[in-house]
Design a protein around this ligand. Structure first.
Ligand SMILES: Nc1ncnc2c1ncn2[C@@H]1O[C@H](COP(=O)(O)OP(=O)(O)OP(=O)(O)O)[C@@H](O)[C@H]1O
Ligand SMILES: [Mg+2]
Length: 375
């Protein structure tokens, strides 16, 4: 199957771009330019073609263009994407006037599964540099996104779980919820929660296997683990049904506690964590140096891409914002070789073209300056 790739990207009134019309081939795309030139905006635009809020977490009805006081009434991202048979599909995402954001495939609304099949993508941002040392919730979100890129139903389970969890919390906050109503809600919540935990466990073991199989010798390997009550129960051999009962019971007995706290303290899968140890150094990833942590997370992203393609899915598009920052020359070369070996269309950004010399003409090099892109 051919790797996911854009052949054309067009932006209209998107952040600092009036217009952009870029034709690209399947090779990686390197975007070099000064701070504030629009590099991350280009990656954000592409990320809005996938389900969700894009890499900046934009609200679905947010105008994405402001020039002084003026707000452009509509913005749009349009891309052409060859499918496995080289037929070109169009993807368009935009804010229709007075409406919410919509992503369409060949002119029709597209489901999460359709988008993920045509254009799966994995995003790595500068803030992920400190992922293992940072807040637990950010780490979990990163991991869930990684899983959802491989398995769109994971994104659905996550959405359903979070929606029901906030509904339950609102009812508890009001203080006079009908217990029978809560019972039913918590049964549903537990169902989605167990699906979520089970999806994470499967993805984790595949990801770990792909990390273990990597042999470039450049990026360090991490031993990953999921810490969570439900994940532990499932890993210990609990049946799905028994885990659902266990979780529903935990929610029922946690009502008073959660109501008093004003948040869901009950140990559901929203409170799980992903931990990582640097294998060679036998050290907690959070204690590793900035460059070492970056190298660990790059290994993780490359392994996830590999594992997807090895299971017959499309090689995902890689959106790598500032991936070369903090990497020494040997690792920058290693990253270029690893991306080329995957055959992925990676979109890389950096403040200098020199960061991408290892690619040579095996990648497309562009300069970005004040909302304009040139060869
Ligand atoms: N809603 C918006 N409307 C118009 N311009 C915006 C909007 N949001 C951000 N910008 C501007 O777009 C410009 C480019 O931002 P971007 O984050 O893409 O820069 P960058 O090239 O990635 O820079 P850096 O190297 O610092 O990461 C910035 O000047 C930013 O202020
Ligand atoms: Mg940037």
């Amino acid at each position: 199957m051919t790797p996911a790739a854009l052949s054309r990207l067009r932006l209209t009134d998107f952040r600092n771009f009036d217009t952009l019309d870029l034709d690209v081939d399947a090779r990686p795309v390197c975007l070099a330019g000064p701070n504030g030139s629009g590099k991350t905006n280009i990656l954000e635009a592409i990320s809005l073609l996938a389900p969700g809020r894009g890499l900046r977490g934009a609200e679905s009805d947010e105008p994405l263009r402001r020039a002084g006081d003026e707000i452009a009434p509509a913005w749009a991202v349009y891309a052409e994407v060859p499918d496995e048979t080289e037929d070109v599909s169009s993807l368009a995402s935009g804010l229709l006037e007075g409406d919410r954001r919509q992503t369409r495939m060949n002119g029709k609304p597209a489901s999460r599964a359709e988008l993920a099949a045509l254009l799966p993508m994995i995003v790595l941002l500068p803030e992920h540099d400190r992922l293992f040392a940072g807040p637990r919730a950010d780490r979990l979100k990163f991991f869930d996104r990684l899983v959802a890129a491989a398995e769109p139903s994971h994104g659905d389970a996550l959405n359903a779980y979070e929606k029901l969890r906030s509904r339950r919390q609102r009812l508890l906050d009001k203080g006079r919820a009908d217990p029978a109503w809560l019972d039913a809600l918590e049964t549903d919540l537990a169902g989605h929660g167990v699906a979520l935990a089970a999806g994470r466990l499967t993805a984790l073991s595949r990801l770990q296997a792909a990390i273990d199989a990597a042999d470039d010798g450049i990026f360090p390997k991490a031993d990953l683990a999921l810490n969570g009550t439900i994940e532990a129960a499932l890993a210990g051999g609990a049946e799905l049904r028994a885990a659902e009962d266990q979780l529903a019971l935990a929610f029922a007995s946690g009502r008073d506690h959660d109501a008093a706290a004003g948040r869901t303290l009950t140990a559901g899968p929203h409170r799980s964590d992903l931990t990582a140890r640097h294998r060679e150094k036998d050290q907690d990833a959070g204690r590793c140096s900035t460059g070492e942590q970056k190298a660990l997370i790059i290994r993780l992203v490359l392994a996830q891409a590999r594992s997807l393609a090895d299971r017959g899915q499309r090689m995902p598009l890689l959106l790598l914002d500032e991936a070369c920052a903090h990497l020494d020359e040997r690792r920058r070369e290693g990253l270029a070789e690893a991306i080329l070996a995957l055959g992925a269309q990676a979109w890389l950004t950096g403040v200098e073209a020199g960061l991408f010399t290892a690619f040579g003409d095996r990648a497309q090099q562009f300069a970005v300056d004040q909302g304009r892109v040139s060869d």
